[in-house]
Design a protein around this ligand. Structure first.
Ligand code: C2E
Ligand code: MG
Ligand code: MG
Ligand code: MG
Length: 279
């Protein structure tokens, strides 16, 4: 078994190549049980105003607390859940956990302006999705205007016609919509115009090289200009260095997230680092 120590402050379990197939089977089996046993938890990564450093929202990032293997990465189990047809149940669970957390924080006088939740494009294909989201908003008392749903660009564009319909139904609930990992997915500009979007999230692979790689500088500039032309907000992910943040801000991107500000945090850590008065 390999463990990759990340800058996230914790290590995810990762199956090695040789044990891959057996481990995979086991995880697939466990994944079904995990939903019943409530083994999924959310970490929250701060999203900040690059000018003031103020908290403007959090992105909910799912982890699986496996009873034997420890904390598992979403990059491992989300694709698995998609293949096994479990993503709908998992996605709704994540949404409900996140909305409850925000409402609980509100009640405690701790204000998180916006909650971003990742949606798999598989979930968008379900005609029941908007109704189920509405039910969660209702049940938890979450203000739809403070909920943003993110869908990865590459997946979205492969199902663009379907997505236009599904995303319109979601916008009708009062939530906002973002394209995640923007720049990696060959968006058709005509679809970009037709999708009911609010925000582009610049993929961290372009943020990484900012001020070091002229191509990344050019790509980031182009995405910011595209967002402006389409009347969309823009947020940069994966900001790790001050120079990257300064570059983005100079070019007109005023929202970001990344290790420079904070890693994904447990709810308790988020409260301590971001929500409690520091005096
Ligand atoms: P994402 O939505 O693009 O989330 C951002 C990922 O970048 C997160 O990885 C986060 O921990 C990582 N990250 C944040 N800041 C930095 C940074 O400064 N540097 C670097 N190198 N990485 C940074 P994570 O938590 O492992 O999540 C991976 C992906 O799994 C997410 O990418 C998202 O696509 C998916 N995912 C996570 N939770 C859910 C979920 O509840 N539902 C669905 N459908 N997908 C999810
Ligand atoms: Mg995301
Ligand atoms: Mg992303
Ligand atoms: Mg990503």
């Amino acid at each position: 078994q390999a463990k990759k120590a990340g800058r996230n402050g914790f290590s995810f379990f990762e199956p090695t190549m040789s044990e891959g197939a057996a481990e995979r089977l086991r995880l697939e089996h466990d994944l079904r049980l995990a939903l019943q046993r409530d083994e999924f938890i959310l970490y929250y990564q701060p999203q900040v105003d690059l000018t003031t450093g103020e908290l403007i929202g959090v992105e909910a990032l799912c982890r699986w607390r496996h009873p034997q293997l420890g904390l598992l990465s979403p990059t491992l189990f989300i694709p698995m859940a998609e293949q096994l047809g479990l993503i709908d149940t998992l996605g709704l669970k994540v949404l409900e956990l996140g909305c409850r957390q925000i409402v609980d924080w509100d009640a405690a006088g701790l204000h998180v302006p916006r909650l971003a939740v990742n949606l798999s494009v598989r979930e968008l294909e379900r005609s029941q999705l908007p109704g189920r989201i509405a039910a969660i908003l209702e049940r938890t008392g979450m203000d739809p205007a403070r909920l943003e749903l993110e869908v990865t660009e590459s997946k979205l564009m492969r199902h663009a016609e379907m997505a236009i319909h599904a995303l319109n139904a979601m916008r009708a609930l009062g939530v906002t919509l973002a394209i995640d990992d923007f720049g990696t997915g060959y968006s058709s500009l005509s679809y970009l115009k037709r999708l009911p979007l609010n925000r582009l999230k610049i993929d961290r692979s372009f943020v990484k090289g900012l001020t070091q790689d002229v191509n990344d500088d050019a790509i980031a500039r182009a995405i910011i200009a595209l967002a402006r032309a389409l009347g969309l907000e823009v947020l940069a992910e994966g900001i790790e260095a001050r120079e990257q943040a300064d570059f983005l801000f100079r070019e007109g991107c005023i929202e970001g997230q990344g290790y420079l500000y904070d890693r994904p945090l447990t709810p308790e850590e988020l409260v301590v680092n971001w929500l409690e008065p520091s005096e």
